[in-house]
Write a protein that binds this ligand. Sequence first.
Ligand SMILES: [Zn+2]
Ligand SMILES: [Zn+2]
Length: 539
Amino acid sequence: MASSEIEVVSSDSKAQQNPSEAPVIDVFSACAYGDFQKLRKFVEEDGASLSQPDLNGYYAIQWAALNNFPDIVQYIIEHGGDVNATDNMQQTALHWVAVRGAIAVADVLLQNGARVEAVDVNGYRAVHVAAQYGQTAFLNHIVVKYQADFDAPDNEGRSPIHWAAYKGFADTIRLLLFRDACQGRQDKEGCTPLHWAAIRGHVEACTVLVHAGTKQELMVKDNAGFTPAQLASDKGHRHVALFLSNAQRAHSNHWLGKFWSGKMADIGYAPILFCTIIILTVLFINSILAAPNLPKVTAVVGLWGWAAVSVSVGSLVMFYRCSKDPGYLKRPGDVGYHKDTEDLLLNIDLNNSSMWTGNWSQLCPTCKIVRPVRSKHCPICKRCVEQFDHHCPWISNCVGKRNKWDFFVFICMGFLTSFLSAAVAIQRIWTSTPNILTEETWVHHVVVQHPGVVAFLLLDFIILLACTILTTSQASQIARNITTNELANAIRYGYLRGPDGRFHNPYNHGCQKNCADFLIRGYTDDNEIAWPALQQVAR
Ligand SMILES: [Zn+2]
Ligand SMILES: [Zn+2]
């Protein structure tokens, strides 16, 4: 397989150099270094031609295009340069533009008659080159504005999504999948995009492809008979191999695999948690409050005991409320979904929008929506959730904008009831045993005489520990207005980085306001944040 790995257009020979260091001796170097004055002199005074290639067969328009000089490109076109001139590799200026993703130059070329589907000797079009270099904004631009075919195969049968997968550009893959690029196509070696992402060990690319894909892509074999999981394992990419084989198991027909990875993942542990709460409450009433072998409860202990039972019942109500809509984002076809334009990405002002932060991970290839910042697609619920916190298997639901308050109250109640009932249980046992016994025999006495209390305390301590950890971490996140997902994946989100590149949370309005917003409304309003211009588009 190693010998078959694909070669890409090299950008090294086309690197931009500092104009002050390089001598500008002819029209080609003037174009490459953007020296408009000298270019004019060569053309208008010395009569140099702009329609002839240099010694290597490259054209002036290619050099100006590669190095992003739209005004020079315009000048060349007006002075006899051919927008569709091809070098020895049959590449046009548009191929070279795609390397850098310079949108302004592409506009000049395409508006002056450049062919968007021009093919070089390898069968690469501008869309392939853009995918090879991860120029997502550029790719989107030529697809939306000039109807470039984003699914066209090259000479080896590879479409742009194969290339994006091979190079590990997850954002480019997201865009292509969002536009319904075919992810099941096999190239001449029988490889799908997932095969290539697996061969190269690109974790994020594999994740995006698997979440948006079907069972077919996981099971399909290349010409040598290997699935993506086998190839990843062959190449020593253990994380990818493990991820792919887990995904395969979830889709497998074997009932046990399906049960554990499929059905069980869907149902989660909510029934177990529900039964645990019921069992604990019954045990508490039977073995502690109304136990026949313990003295009658005093008024104070009884009050605390029944308070613990009430909170426990209350927590069941909150448990039920947690299972409601966590803030699913509407998809095309859902009731109440507003689609006000033909193309979603056309409607977004990529340069300045509170909706768009220049993060292509805002595209959901599965739900086909552009989701607001802070939301995420949950692969278990198979929906995008607004202000996604995490998917909690214990409530079998996501925690998001709409149910985070309920979730927080639920775990607080869990903490309170387990703490109160443990205190009451210990008090009851302590006061009921004779003082004359030594410590060892006291423990023995309790285990033999009150097994129900011991069972209750063991289970209750586990719940108490879990609730304490959860409540503390959630409270600290609420105080800073950051979600569990953002904390865990901070590196992935551009909006969590300040101008100096270090972590900065733009949603943190100070502890007091964060907490007040959460307690009153259950969430904070994110729409007030104004985002800086998108880098890829601005240049
Ligand atoms: Zn989604
Ligand atoms: Zn979920």
